[in-house]
Design a protein around this ligand. Structure first.
Ligand code: MYA
Length: 415
């Protein structure tokens, strides 16, 4: 079967990249080989224990001064309360952050999204790290951390979630990224935190699991026109539009938007649900209020309140992450929803997620994306998601998990 979301890319560049990826177990990683992460050479070594790779050092032994940058540049702590700083960060990411392999799309995180992502309960300003040109003060690179409690099997570990690593296109391949990673590590250590979680599209030593993106067309005509997907074999445009048609409103009785009064019920539901996965966040009510209470154009959450008992029985959520469409005459923005945390105890997950698709469609999203984490496999094919060609690798820093997990054993979604 032809896959409308994969590009059957046989360009030389893509063949080389796939070859390098497949050989990454033998590729040298001059930086990553020096870091406390699972190493490729240790894959299969059953003598190494799961858990911390190196022990914490006394805080007085943590380097007190920032790492050295090439002399035209200096560190800056980005104050995300400042509208001006948010705009600078927004522009850096809009022009230089993650692109797909074919360079058709680039993530375009909104200012409000970045603010939300970087200021959860207990966040540290010092973990919002910029690199600027000394002369012009122009922001040229960025890396961030936010604190999280992550449960790995029975252990709850304080971690930093590292995200938004970005180096201006003109400064690539100069080994700036390793300096930035070491600097964020130092600042995390200063808060007495010794582990981190992160995701990347590239293969590094060594993933705890590798997930696949799946895409559900909501606006198939636009997706085809901008090159996000292709007309399937033996399909016409009008048959395709019909194939992806959805009802106008959710079908589940009691399906409604989450509100502030629901925080404790949603926290209970989510904690119970997430406890079955090998790795998941340990959310308390404050976390749920921050991460899951709806914020316009950032995060949407819905739940099912039983019309009889008024119990909250099911929950679903997605976040808003548009991409810039690079070089299309007619369209400049792809509006994408990303599946976040979903819990079903009464409404079948399939029906719950179909209702999520319906509300996303009504909010004018072009596509609904989901990873094959948690129980997502159970609805992807039936709800007409198609597999993408992007993979997302999950990593832990200074925490070994000897045997890689299946995506369905992972209960963590990073932004
Ligand atoms: S993932 C999103 C990453 N961002 C992008 O893809 C945006 C577009 N790309 C860029 O801006 C640049 O290409 C970046 C690399 C900045 C990615 N994660 O400076 P270089 C290694 C980790 O010459 P550049 C996200 O944000 C690479 O293997 N390492 O390269 C999560 C090589 O090392 P080695 C990466 O292309 C980030 C070295 O960097 C990544 O100019 C989690 C080359 O450096 C990557 N995505 O810049 C960070 N890409 O030789 C880790 C390349 O050894 C956090 N590299 O192979 C670790 C935990 C820290 C806290 C710990 C607390 C205890």
């Amino acid at each position: 079967e032809a896959n409308p979301f994969s590009n059957d890319d046989s360009s030389l560049e893509s063949i080389v990249r796939r070859f390098q990826d497949s050989m990454s177990s033998v590729k040298r990683h001059k930086f990553w080989e020096t870091q406390p992460v699972g190493q490729f050479k240790d894959v299969g070594d059953t003598s190494l224990p799961d858990g911390s790779i190196e022990l914490p050092t006394p805080l007085s032994e943590v380097k007190q001064e920032p790492y050295n940058l090439p002399s035209p540049y200096e560190w800056t702590t980005c104050d995300m309360d400042s509208e001006e700083t948010c705009t600078e960060v927004y522009i850096l990411l809009k022009k230089n952050y993650v692109e797909d392999d074919e360079k058709l799309f680039r993530f375009n995180y909104s200012k409000e999204f970045v603010r939300w992502a970087l200021r959860p309960p207990g966040y540290y300003k010092s973990w919002h790290i910029g690199v600027q040109a000394k002369a012009s003060k122009k922001l040229v690179a960025f890396i961030t951390g936010v604190p999280a409690r992550i449960r790995v099997r029975n252990e709850i570990v304080k971690m930093a979630e590292i995200n938004f690593l970005c180096v201006h296109k003109k400064l690539r391949s100069k080994r700036l990224a390793p300096v930035m990673i070491k600097e964020v590590t130092r600042r995390v250590h200063l808060e007495n935190i010794w582990q981190a979680a992160y995701t990347a599209g590239v293969v590094l030593p060594t993933p705890i699991t590798t997930c696949q993106y799946w895409h559900r067309s909501l606006n198939p005509k636009k997706l085809i026109e901008v090159g996000f997907s292709r007309l399937g074999a033996r399909m016409t445009m009008s048959r395709t539009i019909k194939l992806y048609k959805l009802p106008d409103s959710p079908v589940t009785p009691g399906f409604r938007k989450m509100e502030l009064r629901d925080v404790s019920a949603v926290t209970r539901l989510l904690r119970y649900y997430l406890s079955q996965f090998v790795v998941s966040p340990d959310f308390d009510e404050n976390d749920v209020q921050h991460w899951l209470l709806p914020t316009e154009d950032v995060v949407d959450s819905y739940l099912v309140e039983s019309p009889e008992t008024h119990d909250i029985t099911d929950f679903c959520s997605f976040y808003t992450l548009p991409s810039s469409i690079l070089g299309n005459q007619n369209y400049s923005i792809l509006k994408a929803a990303y599946s976040y945390y979903n819990v079903s105890t009464k409404t079948p997950l399939l029906q719950l997620m179909n209702d999520a698709l319906i509300v996303a469609k009504r909010k004018d999203f072009d596509v609904f994306n989901a990873l094959d984490v948690m129980h997502n496999e159970s609805f992807l094919k039936e709800l007409k998601f198609g597999p993408g060609d992007g993979q997302l690798h999950y990593y832990l820093y200074n925490y070994r998990i000897r045997n890689a997990l299946r995506p369905s054993e992972l209960g963590l979604v990073l932004l």
